[in-house]
Design a protein. Structure first.
Lengths: 251, 244
């Protein structure tokens, strides 16, 4: 288990050494959303689901900041390690494949939690966001982070250039997050957009997190958690499969 | 005394075919006894790095068996017995010299106190004291090469694999590395060295294997090879073996 502990430490160290890029910058950009969309425009937007708009958007913004960080962190850490080939130090070490998968997953989760907790503290101070259902909130965050941290690993392992990792981040994850109900309730969308939103996996994660904070969401929290879990488990299994077989990691 | 131990390395029918169809090693058999200083010579593409990567679990073996001190190479025990200094510099850009050694020790299961002491020992032994808190990208080429070797030795491996350790280094550092490697061998460590420098192989290695196109052409001491090929110089052995 010593190897696993040191790999977790290494991945956490990377996040802390680069904290201005890995934590501060995403917190500032998410705070700008709260300030601009919430506090500035919030007065002109009516309440959403009986909640002030600046409070309504906080769960989605925390989700967006955290999952993007979990993905980006793991995609870049594993790609960099492959690109510079210092991953060989880990691949040749007496560590089991599950320890390598877990160790590399941790960095993204730690970074996402650092961002999420920072945003939560700021949101409580600025807009007094409540936490109505802490258990469901913790479960939703855990599943969401496992899903996106694992996807980051998989993409970082398959990527052949830096562009591949940023392509998935900017062309897939970011748009799905934006149209996943971060800034609005999908119930206000006209048909077929409301129905189409239900095919967006991020929609369920945002709603599960929103339920944890506000106690209400557009769909059942158990459906949201179920969909997120149904994606998180195979994503992690995929990353594990790559470490077990060495596919794309070993020639 | 070492000859009573299981062989440091046994390759049985080792075959590696890459995804693009390239056959890098074919039914390759080799045994290196414990405590040996063994050299592997061959041109680029002969299969030297493939062989090393197979031993160190850095590639997916197509067929065959690799045993390290009698244990399958992918077991935790066998992995902990091997130290590798690769041909290309592959240092973690986020870590300082000290951290590079400490994290490597951690990955290889050393305990915290041992890691600290051993890292300091390695830093001193390789003349990196003034650079201990400097990150790898800010080191000179020679310092990176030293750190690479220090990292390979950090966890006190029984089998040290050096893939062209002196490629592109200056004369002074080459002598320095040779001295260190010789000392290591005299302490009982088995060394597997690949090199393009024939003088280096002759000077350091007790036994040399010549490989070409994924096949073993010949193995013997430098004198034995000269006798076998009926020439006076190792260069001529090499030329003859590669042309045969």
């Amino acid at each position: 288990m010593t190897g696993l502990v040191w790999l977790c430490r290494r991945e956490t160290l990377r996040v802390s050494k680069l904290w201005t890029q890995t934590v501060l910058a995403p917190v500032i950009s998410s705070m700008l959303f709260i300030l601009v969309f919430g506090l500035s425009l919030g007065g002109r937007i009516q309440q959403v689901s009986d909640v002030d708009y600046e409070v309504f958007i906080v769960p989605g913004l925390i989700t967006m900041g955290a999952v993007q960080a979990a993905f980006a962190n793991n995609a870049s850490t594993i790609f960099q390690a492959r690109f510079d080939r210092y991953i060989n130090d880990v691949l040749s070490a007496p560590m089991k494949p599950w320890q390598m998968t877990f160790g590399y997953t941790i960095g993204g989760i730690v970074r996402a939690l650092a961002i999420g907790i920072s945003l939560l503290i700021l949101a409580v101070v600025l807009v007094d966001v409540p936490i109505e259902r802490p258990f469901e909130l913790a479960l939703a965050i855990a599943l969401g982070l496992v899903l996106f941290a694992s996807l980051g690993l998989v993409v970082g392992i398959y990527a052949e250039t830096w562009d591949h990792t940023s392509f998935i981040q900017n062309i897939v994850i970011l748009p799905l997050t934006f149209v996943g109900g971060v800034f609005y309730s999908v119930t206000v969308l006209p048909s077929p957009w409301e129905e189409l939103s239900h095919f967006n996996p991020v929609f369920y994660l945002v709603n599960a997190v929103r339920f944890g904070f506000l106690g209400e969401s557009d769909v059942s929290v158990w459906l949201s958690l179920g969909v997120t879990a149904a994606l998180a488990i195979p994503a992690y299994a995929w990353a594990q499969h790559l470490f077990t077989t060495g596919k794309r990691l070993k020639s | 005394m070492f000859r009573d131990d299981p062989p440091a390395l046994q390759l049985r029918g080792l075959t590696k075919r890459y995804d693009d169809g390239t056959l890098a090693l074919e039914d390759f058999n080799l045994e290196i006894h414990s405590g040996a200083f063994f050299g592997l010579l061959g041109p680029n593409g002969a299969g030297k790095t493939t062989l090393i990567s197979a031993v160190c679990n850095l590639l997916r073996v197509t067929e065959g068996e690799v045993l390290v001190f009698g244990q399958p190479h992918d077991t935790m025990e066998a992995r902990s017995w091997v130290g590798l200094a690769e041909q290309d510099i592959n240092l973690d850009r986020f870590l300082t010299v000290r951290e590079t050694l400490e994290y490597h020790g951690g990955y290889f299961g050393m305990d915290e106190d041992e890691i600290e002491d051993r890292a300091e020992e390695m830093i001193r032994a390789f003349g990196l004291t003034s650079k201990r808190d400097v990150r790898a990208p800010k080191l000179s080429g020679g310092q990176r090469r030293r750190l690479l070797l220090a990292r390979a030795l950090m966890h006190r491996p029984r089998l040290v694999i050096l893939d062209e350790p002196t490629a592109g280094v200056d004369f002074e550092l080459r002598q320095e590395l040779w001295d260190y490697i010789r000392r290591l061998h005299s302490e009982g460590t088995t060394i597997l060295l690949t090199t393009h420098y024939l003088d280096e192989a002759e000077l350091l290695c007790e036994e040399i294997a010549l490989i070409r196109g994924g096949h073993l052409i010949a193995r013997d001491s430098a004198d034995g090879l000269r006798e076998h090929f009926g020439v006076n110089r190792l260069e001529d052995v090499y030329v003859k073996a590669m042309a045969s």
